[in-house]
Design a protein around this ligand. Structure first.
Ligand SMILES: Cc1cc2nc3c(=O)[nH]c(=O)nc-3n(C[C@H](O)[C@H](O)[C@H](O)COP(=O)(O)OP(=O)(O)OC[C@H]3O[C@@H](n4cnc5c(N)ncnc54)[C@H](O)[C@@H]3O)c2cc1C
Length: 401
């Protein structure tokens, strides 16, 4: 297979890059580049700018704002967004709940939610994981019992990213416990302003505020907020997880980080001199750059195959998840080594101020980015689970006769 971009694809890349650099405010791009937490209003502003150009939901059905672009063009768009330090459109909205509503929601639900989801006028978070139900998601226990026109929801979700910023949560809940654990799960949309919901922050080692516990105490949710059929939530969740897997390699993000590492390693003089003058450091950096190139080519192979695809996730996307997350972690590690002791006190060009929106000291961003990178091998299906998928689906291991 020939792996080359067409003239049209190269033109599209230039057009996207130009739009992003011209329209996304510099302050937002600087914050993304320096990996500082972004206030909600900046994320909304950036997504609305993308949405105006048709860049927020190109993979959706055309009737709801999709662009009918090839998988290759969509991959180019994501790469340029990452590479130019633009916040990605909120994944919970555009990559997860939006496609599920578009595929399984009623016409009324589509009209009510899809335009608001694309434009980030409504912010959704994802309520799947529970204590005791992460990798084994079907073990979830949060219950929804029908009482007339409402479901009464009781239980707890955990690790809910941005629940504190969100307006709504999409949840997997148990509406029936009688059959196999994958049965009796339903997909509910819940307004977070409903009485009986409590959101509690989880403190993470990176110092950012991003994950929470969400408690439901007898919460009344209109049955109109059920997506599709009661008891078919597991099928919808599998559909959801099959969406846009090809961006999991985070190639543009890693490239940006590695480019920064090179700049910092060449400019920062620590007690032992510049990191770039060390042969051992150069070898590690070059190795990471080579691995990134290999990942990029693998990603384009998967994307090219995805062009013909159904909605079943290609098991090879697990390779992208594993290598992509490992490379992000390596790049964060190299940045700390490039900065040396400065990583603890200053970092590269960080404003000497406390972010008013998040209460985190912005000067510690490289260190926070290092700790924060640990999460990439856990969420979205941990790397161990991805290896299980590869062993079974690609290598054919583990099947019992
Ligand atoms: C920063 C962050 C943000 C998150 N955001 C969200 C969110 O917004 N919404 C949401 O619903 N969830 C979210 N999650 C939860 C995430 O999806 C789960 O953490 C993940 O699925 C792992 O589940 P667990 O934490 O229960 O770990 P467990 O499933 O208990 O796993 C513990 C360890 O055992 C390993 N393991 C488990 N089963 C197997 C197996 N069969 N074979 C080999 N190894 C195995 C795992 O890889 C892991 O190392 C987030 C997690 C993090 C860290």
């Amino acid at each position: 297979m020939e792996l080359q971009f067409t003239d049209e694809e190269r033109g599209f890349r230039a057009e996207v890059r130009d739009y992003l650099r011209t329209n996304i405010p510099d302050a937002i791009r600087a914050a993304v580049r320096e990996e500082r937490p972004l206030p909600r209003e900046w994320m909304v502003e950036a997504q609305q700018i993308l949405n105006r150009a048709g860049y927020a939901v190109p993979h959706w059905p055309v009737a709801w704002g999709g662009r009918d672009w090839s998988a290759v063009k969509r991959a180019i768009l994501t790469e340029e967004i990452d590479r130019n330090a633009v916040p990605r459109p909120l994944a919970f909205n555009v990559a997860l709940v939006g496609p599920v509503i578009a595929a399984f929601g009623s016409e009324e639900q589509k009209r009510r939610f899809l335009p608001a989801i694309a434009n980030l006028d409504l912010w959704f978070c994802q309520g799947f994981s529970e204590p005791g139900a992460g990798s084994d998601l079907a073990a979830l226990k949060t219950s929804a019992v029908r009482e007339g026109d409402v479901y009464r929801v009781n239980g707890q979700k955990i690790w809910t990213t941005y629940a504190h910023k969100a307006d709504w949560i999409f949840c997997l809940v148990r509406t029936d416990s009688s059959g196999r654990k994958q049965q009796g799960i339903s997909f509910l949309l819940i307004d977070l302003a409903t009485p009986g919901i409590e959101i509690r922050l989880i403190h993470t080692i990176d110092g950012y505020r991003h994950v929470n516990e969400v408690f439901f105490d007898n919460v009344a949710v209109p049955v109109d907020n059920l997506i599709g059929e009661e008891g078919r939530g597991w099928d919808y969740a599998k559909y959801l997880l099959g969406q846009e897997r090809t961006s999991m390699g985070n190639v543009g993000f890693s490239r940006r980080r590695l480019e920064q590492v090179r700049v910092v390693a060449s400019g920062t003089t620590g007690p032992c001199g510049r990191a770039i003058d060390s042969a051992a450091f150069r070898r590690r950096l070059t190795q990471a750059e080579i691995e990134l190139k290999a990942l990029e080519i693998t990603q384009m192979r998967v994307v090219a195959a995805d062009a013909k695809a159904s909605h079943a996730p290609d098991p090879k996307t697990s390779i992208l998840k594993i290598r992509g997350s490992e490379l992000l972690q390596t790049a964060a590690e190299l940045m700390l080594d490039a900065l040396g002791p400065e990583a603890l006190t200053g970092g590269f060009g960080m404003p000497d101020e406390t972010d008013p929106h998040q209460g985190i000291d912005a000067r510690s961003a490289p260190l926070s980015a290092y700790f924060s990178s640990r999460k990439f091998s856990i969420f979205g299906g941990s790397n161990e689970i991805q290896r299980n998928i590869l062993a079974k689906a690609v290598l054919g291991l583990g099947a019992r006769k």
